[in-house]
Structure formats: C-alpha cells, structure tokens
Design a protein around this ligand. Structure first.
Ligand SMILES: Cc1cc2nc3c(=O)[nH]c(=O)nc-3n(C[C@H](O)[C@H](O)[C@H](O)COP(=O)(O)OP(=O)(O)OC[C@H]3O[C@@H](n4cnc5c(N)ncnc54)[C@H](O)[C@@H]3O)c2cc1C
Length: 606
C-alpha cells in the first residue's frame, strides 16, 4: 500500500468558508500531494524464510530499526522485524512537510479518552504516532535534544544500573554522526561521529526563528549546545537530518543494510496481535500476527529461538503485552484474557504537555507566506537540491530550555519553549511549516507530576484503539508551574528583537475561554484545560525499575518480569520523561540494550 494524503475536498467541505479551498496554501498542498502520492519504494520480499528466528522484533520505529541493524551484524543470527505500517513514503523526507503525514494512513491517530482536567474542548487530545517503517521518527519534528544529565542520573539512582548519565552518554555518542563542526569543536566529549544517525543543524534558517533566538539572548539566556555540558539556554536545534532530508532510524540504520544482510527479514503491514508464551514455563516462543497487505487479513505465526523484543512504542507496547496476558490481572480477566503475569503494564504514562499556544501576530515584513508561484519554485529547488525553506521547519527550529521557581535543580530546566508557524486562514488543515503568518508560542512543561494510564479497548481489544487516559494537569502543581512558564514566555514581548520586528501578542481571548479576561490566571488555566496539547513525548507505560518497584514492568536489562525471553525496548521503558525530546533517548536505549542482549547471549565476538 502507498501513502494516502489527506482528503482536501473533505477538508474544504468542513472548513468555515468555501473560499478557503482557493487559497494558495490549498492549491500548493494539491501540488505537493500530486508530487508525492505515487511514491512507493520497491520492496523485495525474501523467498526462503527460516522456520524459527533467533530474534523477533515487533515494531520498526526509533528503537526497532536500531536493534534490527545491530543484531544482524552477527551473521549466524536471523532476525525478523515486523512492522504494522507501510514502507516509508518519500514525503516524510521533506522537513517542512512534517505535519502533512499526521492523520493519514502512516499515523495510528491515537485519541485520548475524555477526562475532566484536560483536552476538554475537543473531548480528547490527538496523539499522532508513526505507523510506518521508521515509526514515529518518520513523523516527528526531527529535533535532537537528549535531555539533562540529571534525568539519567535519576534513572540510575532509582535502582537501574547501567542507565546513569556516565553509562548512557557513550551510547548517545555511538549512535551519532554529528556533522556540525562548530558543535563538535565547542563541546568535546559530548558528541560522536561515524555512527549511523546523522545529526546536523537545518541549513536553512528561518528569519523568525533567528529573531526569537535573539530575544532569548536579550532575556539573558545563553546560546549553547543543549546536548553539551549545560542545557539551560537556547539554540537553533540540532536535528536528525542529513543534507536537507529527514533521517529516521529506518533511513539511518536499515536502508544501508537492507537486501545486503541475508539474515535480516522485514515484513511490513504485519500487525502483531499476540506474543505466544508457553504458559507452563512462562517463556516467549513466538508471535501471532496478521498481514494486512493487499487489503487482506492473513493470519500468520512466527517462532523464535532466543527472544521476542517488543519495540512497538509507548502506546502499542503495553497494548501488545496486555493482549498477551501480561498486565493488570483484574482488567485482563474482565476481557477473558488468560493471565500470564500480573504487572502494572500501561500505568505511569507521562508526556510533555502544553496547550494550543500563545498567538503572535507578524507584521508584513516577517510573514513567510508567499504567492503560489514562489512556493512552487521552492518545491522545485527542494526536489533538485534539498535546500531552501522546505529543507527546514520554519520557527520550529529554535529550541529553548528554561527553569521556573519550582524547578528542583539549579542546572536542569523544567520548561521548554517551541514555536510553530500557522497559516491563520487554515488553522486546522495540514500545513507546510515554512509558510505562515502567525506564530504559536508553545510553553511546555518538562517535568510533569501528573500521570496517566492506558487500557485495552473493551469493545475490540485487538483492533480497537487502546484507551488512553493521559491525566494531563491532574496534579494542580503542574497548572501552577505552567502559569509561570507562560509568564516567562510573555517576557519575550518586552525584548528589542520582538519590538523591532513588530511581533505583537494577539491579546484577544481564544475560544472557548473568551468569556474570561485575557492574560489572567483564570484565562490561561481555561486554555490549558480546554485546548490542551500533547507535545508528543509519551513514555513510561512499561516502566523499567528494580525488583520491588511496584510500578516496574521490565528490569534494568529490559526483561519483562516473570516472563522469560521477552524484552521491551523503546520509549515505554523510561521511568520518567527526560527533559528533552524522545527520539534520541530511544535510540540510546536501543543501543544500550543491544549490548545487554549481546552480553546475555555471550556468543557474539568483541
Ligand atoms: C508529531 C510528533 C513530533 C515529535 N517530535 C519529536 C522531535 O522533534 N524530536 C524527538 O526527539 N522526538 C519527537 N517526537 C517523539 C519521538 O519521535 C518518539 O517518542 C519516538 O520516535 C518513539 O520511538 P519508539 O521506538 O518508542 O516508538 P515508534 O517510533 O513509534 O515505533 C513503534 C513502531 O512499532 C510499530 N507497531 C506498533 N504496534 C505494532 C504491532 N502490534 N505490530 C507491528 N508493529 C507495531 C509502529 O507502527 C511503529 O512503527 C515526536 C513525536 C510526534 C508524534
């Protein structure tokens, strides 16, 4: 199957005025979709399949692709990588199109359940998640921000040997091919070169991103490498891109070896529905899956000699464990699922939270929208040279880490600011990040106290969406902290950079809070609770922890408690969410876990 773009006719029909469909933005989207719709990479399926694999990896996302590469380096081992989604469509390579693939067939399109503390206006928040080779690393904003050293020291201190900062830094470096000379020179010891994952700064620097960076400097924040010695400050982000194109872990780790290593077997459109576990020995022996290729549903089984590795992400990994009888026994019993092991699977859900932003109006001199012909020229430039505005993500490239008075540590941030461009005519439609006439300032809480949980769908546990109760703003201290973060962000309007460039706060109240006085605590709390927005960094639902940790699902070697030959290796194992973005830490987790697997199966040469 190929990528199916959003249906513009449907979007136009539901937009407030029909004239929206004639805007240059929509006409340009039509051109983009026309250009990319037929892109489908050639795939050769292997003919002679082994009877049993040494390892089966479920999910070819940020973690799964790293593991598939590393494990198949050892030639005697056969590895089967099963991915529910399709092959990566070419459109994901264009940085400025990163939000165009959301709500399409490469997105699981998760939706949270109604709760009374958040996502009220929409009765649930959207949680995009990649359903494609490369997983969410194909849909994400490409920012490379590892988090703070204290995050990993906290993981270590909570009883997880091998996960303190000194332990994980070598794995961040191992994965990395940092191509930024200045970063390498100024931050010795913090970056790697020659790894699979390319990291560089977007070569096209959006004018407004540069102005925002200057404003942070005026407020006293250093411009620094947030992945270096200190994190408090701002920078034009490093990103998982290579020469103007996105580099997911599929592009970085799988493409160079695909069809070259005969011991790597990849099946896409292969949805794993159950881990087969011998109930007498509590040992994972294989998986059941359904091939959805060619619009059919063909049931299949694959068996394993060594381990099943679940890398299906923070939402689908707990789902698959629960479908396989590993989870809260009371919940599973109600669904008639045979219990293999009672564990707190799906609990400890954490995310970076924000709301749908503080709107900044631009003056004519800084809007980046253009007439159609100029956009078309930008597209041609991108297609020929991978350069120009489409090789970047507009204002999203400026990233800053700050601390509020509530931050526990003097060196670690508890807040982050990102900016996103919006074409105000077209607020809810797919958009190209490089063209906008309004900026959204997104104040983000990095250290939430609130926790959520995930359950199986009662009506259709296997094919239905899992029930996500994110718990955003359930803990009132998160609300207070967000109020302070907002005030820190509003200080930007007092800078010369903002004044000179005529960035003005749109100080009319947004719906559904327009009954309240703008810029009062009551107003901001209303926005947080009604227009809540996930900042896409969900973790924690198969928590790593020592024996005796009542919340732990996997041990510090990422083995599922009480089940043999089963590991979870992805963002879901993080005990708490790092103060950065999640892709780089997930890649690090896979690199670290690979060495653990090797040590456990000791036949691998040094
Ligand atoms: C819109 C958005 C923007 C983001 N921006 C950034 C950013 O700028 N920087 C950053 O660092 N992070 C960002 N993130 C977060 C980051 O990309 C993810 O946290 C990370 O990719 C998670 O990796 P993972 O390996 O845990 O899961 P995933 O990458 O999601 O991989 C899981 C894979 O498993 C597959 N799968 C699931 N269930 C099954 C099944 N039953 N059978 C077979 N296959 C299955 C999925 O299809 C998927 O391919 C963003 C996320 C989103 C949604």
């Amino acid at each position: 199957m190929s990528w199916i773009p959003p249906n513009l006719a449907e979007l136009c029909a539901t937009s407030s005025t029909a004239s929206n469909c004639q805007t240059s933005a929509i006409i340009f989207l039509k051109l983009i979709f026309h250009t990319f719709i037929s892109s489908k990479p050639k795939v050769y399926l292997p003919k002679n399949l082994p009877e049993k694999y040494d390892f089966i990896i479920v999910g070819a996302g940020s973690a799964g692709c790293v593991l598939a590469n590393r494990l198949t380096k050892w030639k005697p081992w056969n590895v089967l990588l099963l991915e529910a989604g399709i092959e990566t469509p070419n459109i994901t390579e264009v940085p400025a199109f990163f939000s165009l693939t959301q709500n399409t067939n490469v997105d699981w399109n998760f939706q949270t359940q109604p709760e009374n503390t958040s996502c009220l206006a929409t009765k649930g928040c959207n949680i995009p998640s990649g359903k494609v080779m490369g997983g969410t690393a194909e849909l994400n904003g490409m920012l490379y921000a590892r988090g703070n050293a204290e995050d990993y020291d906290d993981w270590g201190k909570s009883g997880n040997p091998g996960w303190s900062y000194k332990d994980v830094l070598p794995y961040f470096k191992k994965s990395e091919d940092n191509r930024d000379k200045e970063i390498l020179q100024n931050n010795p010891g913090y970056h790697g070169t020659g790894g699979y994952q390319s990291v560089e700064r977007f070569s096209y620097k959006d004018i407004n991103a540069q102005n925002i960076l200057k404003a942070w400097q005026e407020l006293g924040y250093k411009v620094l490498d947030v992945n270096g010695k200190e994190q408090l400050g701002a920078m034009i982000s490093q990103a998982t891109v290579k020469d103007g194109q996105r580099q997911s872990t599929n592009t970085a780790y799988i493409r160079p070896i695909r069809y070259k290593r005969p011991n790597l077997f990849i099946e896409t459109e292969a949805y794993v529905t159950k881990i087969i576990i011998d109930s007498a020995t509590k040992t994972a022996i294989g998986v059941e899956y359904t091939s959805t290729a060619n619009n059919l549903k063909t049931k299949k089984v694959a068996h394993v000699k060594k381990e099943v590795i679940v890398s299906a992400g923070t939402i689908n990994s707990p789902k698959l464990l629960m479908l396989s009888g590993i989870g809260p026994s009371q919940d599973l019993q109600k669904l008639g699922i045979e219990i293999i092991k009672n564990l707190p699977v799906g609990k400890n859900f954490q995310d970076h939270v924000s709301f749908k932003g503080i709107h900044i109006r631009l003056s004519n001199k800084t809007i980046t929208t253009k007439p159609y012909e100029q956009k078309k020229a930008d597209l041609n430039e991108y297609l020929r040279k991978h350069s120009g505005p489409l090789s970047s993500t507009g204002t999203s490239i400026v990233n800053s880490f700050v601390r509020t008075k509530y931050a526990g540590s003097k060196d670690a941030p508890d807040a982050n600011f990102l900016f996103s461009g919006l074409d105000s005519i077209n607020l809810n439609s797919p958009r190209v990040e490089s063209y906008y006439n309004t900026i959204l300032m997104l104040p983000i809480l990095l250290t939430p106290k609130s926790r959520g949980f995930i359950k199986l769908n009662n009506e259709d546990p296997v094919w239905g969406q899992p029930l996500i109760y994110p718990g955003y703003f359930k803990d009132n201290s998160d609300v207070n902290r967000m109020l302070e973060i907002i005030q820190i962000g509003l200080n930007l309007f007092n800078t010369k950079s903002f004044e000179k460039n005529e960035y003005t706060l749109i100080n009319s109240a947004q719906t559904p809070c327009n009954h309240l006085t703008f810029n009062t605590d009551a107003y901001w709390i209303c926005l947080m609770r009604n227009n809540t927005a996930s900042m896409y960094n969900q973790v924690g639902t198969c928590k790593m922890g020592p024996k005796g940790d009542p919340e732990a699902v996997v041990n510090p070697r990422l083995k599922v408690y009480g089940v043999e030959r089963l590991r979870v290796i992805d963002a879901s194992i993080m005990p708490h969410v790092p103060r950065g973005c999640i892709n780089a830490p997930t890649i690090m987790i896979a690199e670290n876990a690979f060495d653990m697997i090797m040590a456990d199966w000791a036949e691998y040469p040094d």
